[in-house]
Ligand binder design. Structure first.
Ligand code: SF4
Length: 339
């Protein structure tokens, strides 16, 4: 289901914009119908009122929690089943955040990522993206949504932008708390700067991972061939346009991108820029040779970058104590029959 299809269906049932907004708002804000803020049914057109139970049932069937895996840091990984039996992961983050998946699988094929190993299986629809937020809101408040789960949002941009518009308007999430993440795809920059950006300007996270163009080709084999310099330049343009700082993502891998040349490269690229570097020590995946650096080493790298003028935050990948990086829960469950 697409959100645009749902809107059309509501209109065909006689919904005026205010009715449409109310129905969508109730859904995305996960308001229980029997709460004191119950939908005032008698104000809705009769045909819409009669169709609502079936529509509610369809929305509820879009996504379900297959399993929940709480971490020690206050996060929890959710394995989410979609209506056709496919599965994605969402992560409840500390401080009311949620990380959602935009694709089942991913075509970028990053060599260090479990999701990238299986290629793209299918797109996650705009309604399924929002359904992940609704599921999470039944468990705890959600005030920030980051598109950093399974998939490359740039490869499913229509659905992602449609979900962002709904979350930012009817969903009540601050626009700068909607974070669109990309490996650096020109389509994202064109869309965000163009007339089709829609009513909500999201914040932007750009995955750098290395300052070396050649290494980037190896680590992100099917990412667009933008150099790290091109990516940062595009990020700066968007930061000026939106007024939000850019989040640059760096998965820190021992012996791959944690050496002195990379630190010099980061300073060259990011010093003085409107952005911050999120440095995330790699979550080891059993079948891959990449290694996670020690926390002490990661901390000293972050401190050095900070002292050299790059705003750097060292973050742990949420819930890494429960099942490693993005895609591992799904991979494990695909190998295990689900009830
Ligand atoms: Fe895709 Fe992100 Fe994994 Fe790369 S790291 S393969 S972009 S899901």
């Amino acid at each position: 289901m697409l959100i645009s299809d749902l809107r059309q269906r509501l209109r065909a049932l006689g919904a005026l914009p205010k009715h449409e907004q109310r129905v969508l708002r109730d859904w995305v804000q996960a308001k229980p119908h029997d709460s004191g803020r119950r939908r005032p049914e008698h104000f809705l057109p009769l045909a819409l009122r009669e169709a609502l139970p079936a529509i509610d049932a369809e929305l509820a069937a879009l996504a379900r929690v297959v399993s929940e895996h709480p971490g020690e840091d206050g996060s929890a990984r959710l394995l989410v089943g979609l209506s056709d039996g496919q599965m994605v992961e969402s992560v409840l983050l500390p401080r009311d955040g949620l990380c959602v998946s935009s694709q089942v699988g991913c075509a970028v094929g990053c060599t260090f990522c479990m999701t990238g190993r299986e290629g793209l299986i299918r797109q996650v629809t705009s309604a399924e993206i929002v359904a992940q937020v609704v599921l999470a809101r039944r468990l705890r408040p959600v005030k920030k949504v980051v598109f950093m789960g399974m998939g490359e949002p740039a490869h499913n941009l229509e659905n992602v932008m449609e979900a962002i518009a709904l979350l930012g308007i009817e969903g009540g999430i601050g626009h700068k708390n909607l974070v669109l993440s990309t490996v650096g795809d020109p389509r994202v920059f064109e869309r965000l700067h163009g007339p089709d950006v829609g009513p909500v300007k999201p914040a932007l996270a750009l995955s750098l991972h290395t300052s070396k163009a050649e290494l980037r080709k190896e680590l992100l084999p099917r990412a667009p061939r933008l150099s790290p310099e091109d990516i940062v330049e595009a990020g700066e343009r968007y930061a000026r346009f939106s007024g939000y700082p850019i989040q640059y993502q760096w998965t820190l891998i021992e012996g791959v991108n944690d050496g002195p040349e990379e630190l010099d490269g980061i300073v060259r690229l990011l010093k003085g820029k409107r952005g911050l570097l999120n440095m995330i020590p790699y979550n080891q995946i059993p079948d891959l040779d990449y290694r996670r650096p020690s926390w002490e080493r990661a901390r000293s790298i972050a401190a050095e970058l900070h002292s050299r003028g790059v705003l750097t935050k060292l973050r742990d990948s949420a819930g890494q104590d429960v099942d490693g990086g993005c895609g591992q829960l799904r991979a494990r469950s695909s190998a295990t029959p689900q009830p």
